[in-house]
Write a new protein. Structure first.
Length: 101
């Protein structure tokens, strides 16, 4: 399963859980900010080894994370914000080469 499929599956599971909670009368949670990803899922999404995320975490770099026991977990919203920041601060041009012709 690729990173996009994994993220889609997580979003679908979260949506189903919220719908069930609504039907049972329980308060539904905010699906956008309550999605947590494992190190494996983040590594797949970013197409980097899990070890790279560990090195970044030990150097206080990379996406924001929380320690849940001995595991690092990443909020999807934080990861998306970090990705946007990397794109904004990265190299290269923001103009597509095919548009420049």
């Amino acid at each position: 399963m690729d990173a996009n499929s994994t993220a889609s599956a997580i979003l679908w599971q979260q949506k189903v859980s919220c719908e069930k909670a609504s039907r049972s009368g329980r308060l539904a949670m905010d699906t956008g900010s309550d999605i947590w990803l494992s190190t494996e899922e983040v590594a797949q999404r970013l197409k980097v080894p899990e070890k790279t995320l560990a090195v970044w975490a030990s150097g206080r770099r990379g996406p924001r994370f929380a320690r849940i026991g001995r595991f690092r977990r990443y909020k999807l919203d934080d990861l998306l914000a970090w990705e946007d920041e990397q794109l904004a601060n990265g190299g290269g041009s923001n103009i597509c080469s095919h548009n420049a012709l």
